[in-house]
Design a protein around this ligand. Structure first.
Ligand code: DGP
Length: 109
């Protein structure tokens, strides 16, 4: 079971900022920006690479919520939504998550 599943099940604490039937958003424990949230689906998908056609609606929901949550957090001038898919690009928790970052000038990549 991933750390994030434990957060969903309330077995581990987290600063939750948004929740609905399908997803949860909480503050990243190692923030890289003044606002750094993680948005995760409640069902277990290891990474974006492992998502499939059955997850189409859920993925759309997550991206629209990412934007809504970013605005709720005051990121009106802009934000980044990033997902690391695979260990080789830095994924460390194998439960699909979108980083929502903002509140300072961010570089790319
Ligand atoms: P990634 O490297 O893309 O897999 O990002 C994983 C992120 O998860 C990383 O920024 C740190 C964060 N993280 C790891 N463990 C915990 C935890 O227990 N609580 C919270 N809130 N964040 C965590």
């Amino acid at each position: 079971m991933s750390i994030f599943k434990k957060i969903i099940d309330r077995e581990l604490p987290a600063e939750i900022v948004y929740e609905d039937e399908f997803c949860l958003a909480f503050k990243d424990i190692q923030p890289k920006a003044p606002v750094h949230l993680l948005l995760i689906p409640k069902i277990e998908i290891r990474s974006l690479a492992e998502a499939n056609e059955n997850h189409k609606e859920l993925l759309g929901h997550l991206l629209l919520k990412a934007s809504e949550i970013a605005h709720q957090q005051g990121l009106d001038s802009g934000f980044q939504v990033i997902t690391n898919s695979g260990e080789s690009v830095g994924q460390t928790v194998f439960h699909l998550h979108f980083h929502i970052l903002g509140g300072k000038k961010l570089s790319w990549p």
